[in-house]
Structures are given as C-alpha cells and as structure tokens.
Design a protein around this ligand. Structure first.
Ligand code: HEC
Ligand code: HEC
Ligand code: HEC
Ligand code: HEC
Ligand code: HEC
Length: 217
C-alpha cells in the first residue's frame, strides 16, 4: 500500500493533538483555580474603612480582649462588631479631638452606627458558626491570623472549601487549650496536650466532619 501521509505528517498531527489537549487542560485549570487564588480573594488586602481602626494598637498595644468588642463570638453564630459606645468608653476621654476619630463622634452625636465594610464573608449557601469552634478549642488566629500585628484589618485566609475541610478532616493538631483561644500568637509547643488528648477533652465525636451536610444545610 502506498503511504498517504508521510511519517513527519503523522508526528505533526500528534503534536497538534497534544498541544490542543494541553491548552484545554490549562484552560480548565485556570477556570477552576483562578477564582480560588489568594489574589482574587483579596487575602492580605486592606479595605477602606470609615475610621482606620488598628488591631495592632488596641490588641497588642493596649491588651484589650477580643470579646470586649466582638461580644457574641462565644455564644452566637456571628462574632459581632462593636457599637460606637464601646469605642467611646475610652475615646470620650482619650484622643477626644483627634480628626481620625471624627466619624466616631459624629456617629454618637447623630445616633447613626458606623458602617464597617465587611472583610471576611462566606457565600450564603455555607453554614458557619463561631461559637462551636470557640467551644471546641479552635482559636481565632487559626482562621484570622495574627490580627494583633495588623495596623489595618485584612483577610488572612482564602476561606475556600478546601481551607475548611483541611481542618475538618483532622482537627486534632489544630486544637488548643481554652486558655489560649484569644491568644493570637499561640503556637503548639512541647507542653501542649497531644492532638488525641485534645480531641478527647473537647468530646469531638468520631464522625465525618467533612460530610457535606455539616456546612451545606
Ligand atoms: C477595641 C475593639 C476591638 C478589639 C479589642 C478587637 N477588635 Fe476586631 N474589630 C474591631 C472593629 C471596629 C472592626 C471593624 C473594622 C476593621 O475591620 O478593622 C473589627 C474587625 C475584625 C475582623 C474582621 C471583620 C470582618 O469584617 O470580617 C476580625 C476577624 C477581627 N476583628 C478579629 C479580632 C480578634 C481575633 C480580636 C482579638 C484578638 C479582635 N478582633 C479584637 C474592633 C475590635
Ligand atoms: C480600652 C480603651 C479603648 C477602646 C475601647 C478603644 N480605643 Fe481607640 N485608642 C485607645 C488609645 C489609648 C489610643 C492611643 C492614643 C495614643 O496614641 O496615645 C487609641 C487610638 C485610636 C486611634 C488612633 C490611631 C491609632 O491606632 O493610634 C483610632 C483611630 C482609634 N483608637 C479608634 C477606635 C475605635 C474605632 C474604637 C472602637 C471600635 C476604639 N478606638 C476603641 C483606646 C481605646
Ligand atoms: C474556624 C474559623 C474561624 C474561627 C476559629 C474564628 N472565625 Fe471569625 N470568621 C470566620 C468566618 C468564616 C467569618 C465570615 C462569616 C460569614 O461570612 O458568615 C468570620 C467573621 C468574623 C467577624 C466578622 C463579623 C461576624 O460576626 O461575622 C469577626 C468580627 C470575627 N470573625 C471575629 C472572630 C474572633 C474574635 C474569633 C475568636 C474568638 C474568631 N472570629 C474565630 C471564621 C472563623
Ligand atoms: C482549625 C480547624 C477548623 C477550621 C479551619 C474550620 N473548622 Fe469547623 N469545626 C472544627 C471543629 C473542631 C468543630 C467541632 C466538631 C464537633 O465537636 O463536632 C467544627 C465544627 C463545625 C460546624 C458544626 C458541626 C456540627 O454539626 O456540630 C460547622 C458548621 C463548621 N465547623 C463549619 C466550618 C466552616 C464553614 C469552616 C470554614 C470557613 C470551618 N468550619 C473551618 C474545626 C475547624
Ligand atoms: C467544612 C465545611 C464544608 C464541608 C464539609 C463541605 N463544604 Fe462545600 N463549601 C464550603 C465553603 C466554605 C464553600 C465556599 C467556597 C468559596 O467561597 O469558594 C463551599 C462551596 C461549595 C460548592 C461551590 C463550588 C465551589 O467549590 O466553590 C460546592 C458545589 C460544594 N461546596 C459542595 C460540597 C460537597 C459536595 C460537599 C461534601 C462532599 C461539601 N461541599 C462539603 C464548605 C464546606
């Protein structure tokens, strides 16, 4: 039989097929992966706020506990943001004339809450609850990072589904004693009880925490 295609044509066809398949895979990877990058999710980007509130100054500098401002974090699904009078417990006496604090004084005078722009936000179809995590030994910094070092707040984790399930598939190593929940500089040390001991301490049942219905109800 006479050869219809030369051997080199065969090679070219293979290369074109391979190239097309490669480009197609790259496109899928981009389509799937790009929305999940830290860049798209604004990780570590600050947001313009009405007042440039500094966690570094108030938490690390002044030693104010998270719960003084985020009062419902232990008992409710939402941590909550502080009302103006919480700021005024101090700022009616300190820095009373600072221009930076004018929006806080206006808010109190006109009885209009300060509108803080949200930084961490999950889609509506995801169920999340702060109180269970606090009760079961997950510290703020496991999800929000070392906020005591942030002059301006920014998101410190991507909050993709993988972020949640990577802990849910094996929570033990991420748990800490109750006394360290609000300590944003905490790290596991030789004295920390073992992951297995903490799982037991918090009565974390032996069930599948990556089950879809845990977070999608
Ligand atoms: C003196 C009050 C105060 C204290 C204390 C405080 N915060 Fe905040 N926090 C705020 C205010 C006001 C905002 C909103 C403005 C901003 O985002 O910076 C905020 C925002 C946040 C946000 C982002 C909220 C969002 O929009 O998603 C996180 C996370 C947070 N705080 C965590 C903490 C943690 C953890 C602690 C303790 C280590 C803490 N805060 C202590 C006042 C406080
Ligand atoms: C427990 C007391 C206390 C509370 C509550 C408090 N502050 Fe402050 N704040 C201070 C002190 C002290 C300073 C530092 C003044 C200085 O620089 O000497 C300060 C400084 C500031 C500054 C100046 C910038 C900076 O960080 O140095 C801003 C803005 C500010 N606070 C906003 C707020 C807001 C908004 C709230 C409420 C969410 C709040 N503060 C709650 C004590 C407090
Ligand atoms: C397991 C992860 C996780 C832990 C632990 C955690 N948070 Fe959050 N936090 C989130 C997520 C996710 C959101 C966004 C929630 C949403 O969009 O419904 C959020 C939102 C917030 C907000 C914005 C306002 C609100 O109520 O939603 C504040 C303030 C906050 N967290 C403070 C804290 C503090 C303080 C702690 C520790 C006591 C803490 N968080 C521990 C994941 C966590
Ligand atoms: C660092 C570890 C960690 C991270 C990160 C984490 N979780 Fe959890 N989560 C836990 C632990 C531990 C429990 C408690 C399990 C128990 O005792 O049953 C829990 C419980 C829950 C529960 C309640 C389950 C139930 O039915 O009682 C929900 C809902 C939940 N997590 C959602 C989320 C979501 C959504 C995210 C991501 C935004 C997230 N979690 C991130 C550790 C984590
Ligand atoms: C620990 C919590 C958690 C569990 C368990 C979980 N999800 Fe999710 N899921 C999330 C979060 C958070 C998002 C939002 C991610 C985002 O913003 O991109 C999400 C998003 C999704 C999406 C939207 C597309 C995407 O990936 O962004 C689908 C579909 C989904 N989940 C399906 C599932 C299925 C199926 C299961 C069970 C095998 C499951 N999830 C288990 C937390 C969870």
């Amino acid at each position: 039989m006479a050869a219809i295609f030369r051997p080199s044509a065969n090679l070219a066809a293979k290369l074109i097929l391979l190239g097309t398949a490669g480009a197609f895979l790259a496109l899928i990877a981009w389509w799937w992966g790009f929305p999940r990058t830290n860049y798209v999710r604004n990780v570590r980007w600050t947001v313009d706020q009405p007042v440039p509130f500094s966690h570094q100054h108030h938490v690390a500098g002044l030693g104010i506990d998270c719960r003084f401002c985020h009062t419902s974090v232990e008992v409710a699904s939402n941590a909550g943001l502080p009302p103006t009078y919480t700021c005024m417990t101090c700022h009616s006496q300190i820095w009373t004339n600072a221009a930076l604090l004018a929006p806080v004084r206006d808010s109190l005078a006109n009885d209009k809450p300060i509108v803080w722009h949200r930084i961490n936000n999950l889609p509506e179809y995801v169920y999340f609850n702060h109180s269970i995590h606090i009760a079961k030994g997950v510290g703020c910094s496991s999800c929000h990072g070392a906020v005591d070092r942030l002059p301006l707040m920014s998101k410190q984790a991507s909050f993709t589904m993988g972020f949640c399930t990577s802990c849910h598939s094996n929570p033990g190593p991420n748990l800490r004693p109750q006394s360290e929940i609000f300590n944003t500089e905490w790290h596991r040390t030789a004295d920390t009880p073992s992951p297995a001991a903490l799982m037991k301490l918090y009565h974390i049942p032996d069930r599948n925490l990556t089950d879809c219905s845990i977070c999608h109800r």
